[in-house]
Design a protein around this ligand. Structure first.
Ligand code: NAP
Ligand code: F7E
Length: 328
């Protein structure tokens, strides 16, 4: 049997890097889309690319861009993937208020472009779309599940809601195998440094080493359902192994404030966060989801998936990883 072939958009991102490891471990040949940048943007997968048993043998990177459907179409024709994980896009909710057009172009229109390419494939292809809890934005009730109303509260949430609905329409209209993973926040030591959990874990590590004196943050009362990214990519893979395509909420079911995460992270290094955190209004968003907490009962029942790493353990492991990095 030939190895299954996966194509990942967003392979250089947090989730893309963990998913690549998972797929390689399960015998896949993995192809990833990378975009040209003025500085190399592959640090999260460099250990795989430089492994002589993997790079150029089981893992292949291809230049491209979500905005360039011609080259995406060509890649599909050449690679003939059996599974596509569409993870790429502008992923910062706060920044989506500053660059709304680029955000919507990359998330909404680019997903439409990929779905159109998918329609034209001759071989059967299974497609994962990285949807988000941000589609629920200002929810009418908590916890949210796959049937909750879409009430986005940011340009990012609007774009993800559009793409999520489009995936549903293409699944119904054309019988395509398209799944929405409606993921709540998932974090890790590979999280981008301008997301709140990583900002906090880095600050706790640096302050404890005397390399930083304070941490500027916005709204500390916001609540989030935080899980551990490697566990979430397992669910993405399981979705594409099902007999039929569907949508699944991926969440821990627990909600915590930014203050709770601060306490857990700074507690790891024996510091009181209140002494170091200062408010900075530029980190406050024009609108903010109220209480996002997910009900992952369907994923538990159908995918046999349940996240085990909860907020406090997550904070501890992220601070430990940042402490283990050489001081810079
Ligand atoms: P991430 O770390 O920000 O990674 C985003 C990836 O998209 C990177 O590989 C980035 O490339 C790539 N990308 C962005 N714009 C692109 C473009 N125009 N063309 C090609 N590639 C482009 O995000 P993540 O945390 O791994 O999340 C993966 C996906 O899940 C995203 O779509 C995100 O919106 C969604 N999501 C994430 C969470 C979460 O909590 N992590 C929750 C729900 C949904 P560069 O490396 O070159 O920047
Ligand atoms: O913000 C508050 C901020 O940027 C979390 C993405 O993966 O998950 C992520 O989006 C909360 C918000 O993540 C700062 O206002 C306070 O309430 O870490 P974040 P996010 O916006 O929840 C969803 C599910 C995705 O789909 C996204 O792709 O923290 N907050 N002070 C701050 N946030 C940031 N970034 N920086 C601060 O200084």
């Amino acid at each position: 049997m030939p190895s299954p072939t996966a194509f990942i958009t967003g392979i250089t991102g947090q989730d893309g890097s963990y998913l690549t490891e998972l797929l390689l471990n399960r015998g896949y040949v993995v192809h990833g889309l990378v975009r040209r940048a003025s500085l190399f943007n592959r640090s999260r997968i460099e250990h795989l690319r430089l492994d002589p048993a993997i790079g150029g043998k089981k893992l292949f990177l291809h230049y491209g861009d979500l905005n360039d459907t011609t080259s995406l179409r060509r890649l599909f024709r050449t690679l003939q993937p059996t599974e596509v994980y569409h993870l790429a896009g502008q992923s910062h909710v706060g920044l989506s208020f500053e660059i709304p057009e680029a955000t919507c172009q990359e998330i909404a229109n680019a997903t439409l472009g990929l779905l159109e390419i998918l329609r034209d494939q001759e071989q059967p292809v299974r497609f994962y779309h990285a949807s988000s809890s941000e589609i629920f934005g200002a929810p009418l009730s908590a916890p949210q599940n796959e049937d909750s109303a879409l009430r986005p509260a940011s340009p990012y949430g609007c774009a993800k809601a559009f793409a999520t609905n489009l995936c549903r329409v293409y699944r119904e209209a054309y019988g395509l195998f398209v799944c929405n993973g409606i993921a709540y926040n998932h974090e890790s030591p590979r999280r981008g440094e301008n997301f709140v959990t990583r900002k906090i874990s880095l600050a706790a590590a640096r302050i404890s080493r005397g390399q930083q004196t304070e941490l500027s943050l916005g709204n500390l009362d916001a609540q989030r359902d935080w899980g551990y990214a490697p566990e979430y990519v397992e669910a993405m893979w399981r979705m594409l192994q099902q007999p039929s395509a569907d949508d699944y909420v991926l969440a821990t079911g627990e909600s915590h404030t930014i203050g709770d995460f601060l306490a857990a992270a700074f507690g790891t290094v024996g510091l009181e966060w209140q002494k170091y955190v200062r408010f900075e209004s530029r980190f406050v968003r024009p609108t903010e989801p109220v209480r996002l907490v997910g009900d992952a009962a369907k994923a538990r029942a159908k995918l046999d998936w349940a996240p085990t790493t909860k907020m406090a353990a997550l904070a501890r492991l992220m601070v430990a990883a940042d402490l283990a990095e050489p001081a810079s």
